[in-house]
Write a protein that binds this ligand. Structure first.
Ligand SMILES: [Zn+2]
Length: 470
């Protein structure tokens, strides 16, 4: 009887597993790198399918659907990233990847590239999905000598398990003759792919990535098991984009030990979005931009100096630009636009979002350090991560304001009122002074010069060193 029950429950478990897993089989051809075949086997019969709606190019009014070539009868495009398929549980289509050869205005890290006999592509362009909440199994048929490098959990050679639609279709992937480098810190599996670079740079890049990842896992020690992919390739300008469990960035010049300020910072910024932006996230996209971008850049810069990736002097060079342009924004460029409002037009108000957000994060850090003797903004970030990220809760700006007051154990939220919702100038100079750092700036020029104050006393130096170290 027991055996029968066991067998029955195994059988049911087997069925229910099969029922909520959609399988994709992706075929890559040696003869034509720009076409792939996809067979999708859905867990039940489906009528409507959709593709990821974010295709950042006005030339394609039909978005990523532009590149889908159906092999299945009655797989029809009906607009708005949607397709109908007449009650089927299996479909087959090709994807025309020739778009990776075009120059994308937003940067090809948001579309794809062909380099080193390999394709890098955003998965937004690949998968037609149903509305069912389910898991996905993705397997690849590849020519010999090809690898596939995916930001997903491996369940065998070229086979992966994907836990959500977001991870399936808002990510990046690489296949071809290139191989990846693997870094593991705690439960975080980081793979990176360098396309179009000499082999010699790999080691330096890997060591740098590892030390930055270690810094972040100290801030967020309870980060669950993660599989993450980074792709880097040369392009006309430095640019980057973060996806669900991957990021990709482009570099104007080849990575060297001299320009770590650029490429290591680019990496550090995009990787920090894994926590601040993905796990700590909320529906008010424009209202939280100053925090999502500003605190991210703040921790990226600090991770570089704290891990000795860059020197203290280089760190000051980095933040001089940031702070100088914030004063330009606040006092000259858009003195009437608050940091919250700046998120509504991210590129127009860039210096409000990124630079203002950075300065807000700095002042929040200093307020915490002043009020508590042993806490920093890192502890506040980890509190948000535990309460929201790990609990799958989204936050709105009022939550952030309340959490900050609770963390500091204060009633008054004048910080948010004055500097985030309001248009008062953030007291950057005042707080730098408290840690023995001098700043001289000219608002209308957007310039600032930052250096250690030679007259700083012992307690100021202690605070400064603590800031630069942790
Ligand atoms: Zn960002």
């Amino acid at each position: 009887m027991k055996i029968l029950i066991l067998l029955t429950s195994l059988f049911i478990a087997g069925i229910s597993n099969a029922q909520d897993t959609t399988e994709y089989i992706v075929t890559v051809y040696d003869s034509n790198p720009y076409t792939i075949g996809i067979i999708a086997k859905f867990s039940s019969k489906v009528d409507t399918l959709s593709i990821h709606p974010a295709c950042p190019n006005y030339d394609y009014p039909n978005g990523w659907s532009t590149f889908i070539r159906p092999n299945t009868n009655s797989l029809d495009f009906i607009g708005d990233s949607k397709w109908t398929v007449n009650h089927k549980s299996e479909i087959s289509y090709n994807v025309d990847l020739s778009f990776v050869n075009r120059k994308w205005d937003v940067g090809n890290e948001q579309a794809g590239i062909y380099k080193d006999s390999s394709i890098f592509v955003v998965t937004r362009a690949l998968f037609l999905t149903s509305n069912n909440h389910e898991k996905y199994k993705v397997s690849f048929n590849l020519p010999s000598e090809y690898n596939v490098i995916a930001p997903w959990r491996s369940i065998g050679t070229n086979r992966f398990m994907v836990d959500s639609k977001e991870e399936l279709s808002n990510n990046t992937i690489v296949w071809g003759k290139v191989s990846s480098e693997k870094i593991r810190v705690k439960d975080f599996n980081l793979q990176f792919v360098l396309l179009g670079y000499e082999h010699g740079t790999t080691r330096m890049v890997g060591e740098t990535f590892e030390s930055i990842l270690k810094e972040y896992l100290e801030i967020f020690p309870e980060t669950p098991r993660s599989d993450y992919l980074i792709t880097v390739f040369p392009f006309e300008q430095n640019d980057g984009e973060a996806y669900s469990t991957s990021n990709a960035f482009t570099l104007k010049s080849e990575p060297s030990s001299q320009n770590k300020m650029i490429w290591a910072n680019q990496f550090a910024h995009e990787l920090f979005h894994y926590w601040n932006g993905r796990m700590i996230n909320g529906p008010e996209r424009s209202k939280r931009q100053w925090f999502s971008e500003g605190a991210t850049e703040y921790f990226a810069n600090l991770a570089l100096v704290r891990s000795n990736t860059i020197s203290e002097k280089e760190f000051y060079r980095l933040i001089e630009k940031t702070v100088g342009l914030y004063f330009y924004y606040r006092n000259r460029q858009y003195p009437e636009v608050s940091l919250v409002e700046a998120g509504s037009e991210k590129s127009k108000y860039r210096f409000g979002v990124y630079n203002g957000g950075w300065c807000a994060a700095f002042v929040m850090d200093m307020i915490i350090r002043e009020k508590t003797s042993d806490q920093t903004l890192s502890d506040f970030m980890n509190t948000l991560f535990r309460k929201y990220g790990l609990m799958n809760r989204s936050y709105i700006l009022e939550d952030l304001e309340r959490e900050f007051a609770e963390f500091l154990d204060i009633e008054d939220s004048s910080f948010f009122k004055n500097y985030i919702f309001g248009i008062e100038e953030l007291p950057v100079e005042e707080y730098l002074d408290k840690i023995g750092v001098r700043i001289d700036y000219t608002s209308y020029e957007g310039t600032a010069f930052i250096f250690n104050d030679v007259t700083a006393d012992h307690s100021q130096i202690v605070l400064r060193n603590k800031w630069l170290k942790d």
